[in-house]
Design a protein around this ligand. Structure first.
Ligand SMILES: [Zn+2]
Length: 292
């Protein structure tokens, strides 16, 4: 799985190449318009080169460099730029996004969030996390829906997930949770919103429905074992009778429980029912999870 960091760094390296091409074109245009400036810049470079050669030939001690000529040229350059209203950073790389200075993230305190210039990259990361079918689910709708749906269980789940995010940011160990409630109470919506928030904060998150574990590749199971935040939706004790699902789920639970990694298991059946009816190995691990 490509995480948001990986996707952003690929974009940034392309962006660097574009910035260099733009800078080179800008310098060329400026020199064409102001040949005098090019002459001054060439003289500065020649002066540096000459001093360097003298140092290499042991004709000059680096300590004894007389920078008078260089200072004179730099002053002349500064004067020329000012007189002709040329930006002093015309020959520097200009950031594409001033908001994040081309880092892809904006930080406030210890909270790091993906910059708005990386919207496409964020969508890409959501797809990698298994959220491709949920592009219309927006974390910004959380508050709106919370007002409409005043059910206590969901409010409790929301505040619990808020504190999970806070402790992820503080790099604390997490406990795994079971979130059980009746069908159609917005459990999936809430968990998808939070998976998106986790990714927006630069962490890796995955969302998977339990029956999709049947066809999950080893690589995908490894993502589920090690990502920062995992949601397993539609848990059903009946499905633990399926060998492939049981095998994958057992490895995921084992790794995450042993490493203090957060996981949310969503189910309609009650946790005690889930423990009683599940395969023995899975039941033993489920009983180590906290219930919301
Ligand atoms: Zn930006």
């Amino acid at each position: 799985m490509r995480t948001i960091d990986m996707i952003i760094s690929a974009t940034l390296s392309n962006r660097d190449a574009v910035k260099q091409i733009e800078r080179d074109a800008r310098v060329l245009r400026t020199y064409e318009k102001y040949p005098e400036l090019q002459r001054i810049d060439n003289n500065i470079k020649d002066n540096i080169r000459a001093n360097l050669m003298k140092i290499l030939d042991n004709e000059l001690d680096p300590e004894d460099i007389q920078n008078e000529e260089e200072n004179r040229l730099l002053k002349a350059r500064e004067q020329f730029l000012r007189t002709n209203c040329i930006s002093s950073d015309f020959d520097k790389l200009w950031p594409v996004c001033e908001k994040c200075d081309d880092t892809g993230f904006v930080s406030k305190g210890n909270i790091r969030r993906v910059c708005s210039c990386m919207r496409d990259e964020l969508e890409e990361a959501y797809k990698e996390a298994g959220l491709g079918d949920y592009s219309s689910v927006k974390p910004s709708l959380l508050d709106e829906k919370a007002i409409k749906n005043q059910e206590n269980k969901r409010k409790e789940a929301r505040s619990r997930l808020d504190s999970v995010i806070a402790s992820l940011i503080d790099k604390k160990e997490q406990s795994a949770l079971i979130y059980c409630d009746k069908a159609q109470t917005g459990k999936t919506f809430l968990s998808i919103c939070f998976t998106k928030v986790v990714i927006q904060c630069g962490f890796s998150g995955c969302y998977v429905k339990m029956d999709d574990l049947m066809n999950a590749s080893d690589e995908r199971v490894s993502d589920y074992k090690y990502c920062d935040f995992l949601v397993i939706d539609d848990f059903s004790s009946v499905l633990t009778n399926n060998f492939k699902i049981r095998f994958a789920l057992d490895r995921i639970l084992e790794t995450r429980l042993n490493n203090g990694k957060f996981m949310l298991i969503i189910m309609n059946e009650s946790p005690s029912e889930a423990v009683n009816k599940s395969d023995e190995k899975i039941a033993a691990k489920l009983s180590r999870l906290e219930c919301l």
